[in-house]
Design a protein. Structure first.
Length: 348
């Protein structure tokens, strides 16, 4: 019997239970070789089988684990390893902080039609990629849908039979004993989305009651009815289902509140959202200076040529130095004129 602290396969230490799936307890474990946290669960094996059939059943689940490890998708839990350990077979998976969709719905209530359609788009894309790769999920139901704490969605138990899906989400042909197909995955996804938006499975918990008409599915009701058709050949493909759900959301992005995230206050669309402001810091005061006035540059013009102009007589008369100079000059000129006149009269 597994317990906390047990070492599985000489490598994985079981630390604590973190959930319960169809096959039993899901453990938070630690890989002592690669030093990383993982999730582990013991795969379902029928009890009381003869040794030969027990070995055959063990080989089947090991092969399911190997097939699951080959598939990778952003909306699927990655399988790291499938590990035989004595009479048990363990599945080693990536650990994503999350909770099951059933727990989420019990705590938060039903989803709106648009939310359920957005969920269906994410799950449907992953399932369509599986079908293209030749893999059938087989057990799509709220117990295999994980809503991550960061708002993401993850599918687990990909291709793992695990005793079969819950009756409420099992396609009619699978209930009759026929093998699961991509069409049965469409039915199981439809039943899962119906439960998400209506709160109860479409055909009751046993999957054998009369179909309950959807009451709160709104625009999702038509798509759900097509996915839940009894005839598998009349159901849409998973790719067609994704396109139909996309038309319901009309291109709007609708996200889930992360299960462990604090609730965000709602703000009316007409009210502006205030932006956080930094604390006020004292602003140093400086003396304000008037900026220089802008002056348009003047067009260059060469300076005019200046001519000498004598000072006005009135200005010369007013200056004593100028007056003395004029008297002296006049006397000199008079003396010269007298000398010239005397020479002409007496010497010639």
């Amino acid at each position: 019997m597994s317990s906390e602290g047990s070492i599985v396969g000489g490598r994985y230490r079981l630390d604590q239970p973190i959930g319960r799936g169809r096959a039993g307890i899901v453990w938070l474990a630690f890989d002592t070789r690669l030093l990383r946290t993982v999730a582990m669960k013991r795969m379902y094996l029928p009890v009381g089988l003869p040794p030969d059939r027990a070995e055959q059943a063990k080989a089947v689940v090991i092969q399911e684990g190997k097939d699951a490890a080959k598939f990778e998708h952003a909306t699927a839990i990655k399988v790291y390893d499938v590990l035989p350990d004595g009479p048990d077979v363990w599945l080693v998976m990536e650990y994503i902080p999350s909770r099951g969709m059933a727990t989420f719905l019990a705590e938060h209530g039903r989803l709106t039609a648009e939310q359920a359609a957005a969920l269906g788009i994410m799950l449907g894309r992953a399932l369509a990629a599986m079908h293209e790769a030749g893999v059938v999920h087989r057990t799509v139901e709220p117990g295999t849908v994980l809503l991550a704490d960061d708002g993401g969605v993850k599918l687990t138990d990909i291709g793992i039979t695990g005793g079969g899906p819950s009756p409420a989400y099992r396609a009619p042909e699978v209930a009759r004993g026929e093998p699961a197909t991509s069409a049965s995955d469409v039915f199981s996804l439809g039943a899962t989305l119906y439960t998400a938006v209506e709160g109860v499975p479409p055909f009751g918990e046993d999957g054998e009651s009369s179909e309950r008409p959807p009451q709160t599915a709104g625009p999702l009701a038509g798509a759900l009815r097509k996915m839940l058709r009894a005839d598998p050949s009349a159901r849409p493909t998973m790719a067609d289902t994704v396109r139909s759900l996309g038309a319901i959301t009309e291109g709007r992005q609708t996200a889930f509140i992360p299960p462990t995230a604090p609730a965000m206050p709602t703000v009316p669309a007409s009210m502006p959202v205030p932006m956080p402001q930094a604390p006020q810091q004292p602003v140093p005061q400086f003396a304000q200076q008037q900026p220089p006035q802008y002056q348009a540059p003047q067009q260059y013009a060469p300076p005019p040529q200046q001519r000498y102009q004598p000072a006005p007589a009135s200005a010369a008369a007013k200056s004593p130095d100028t007056r003395k100079w004029l008297i002296t000059a006049g006397a000199v000129v008079a003396a010269i004129l007298i000398g010239v006149l005397f020479a002409e009269l007496f010497l010639l």
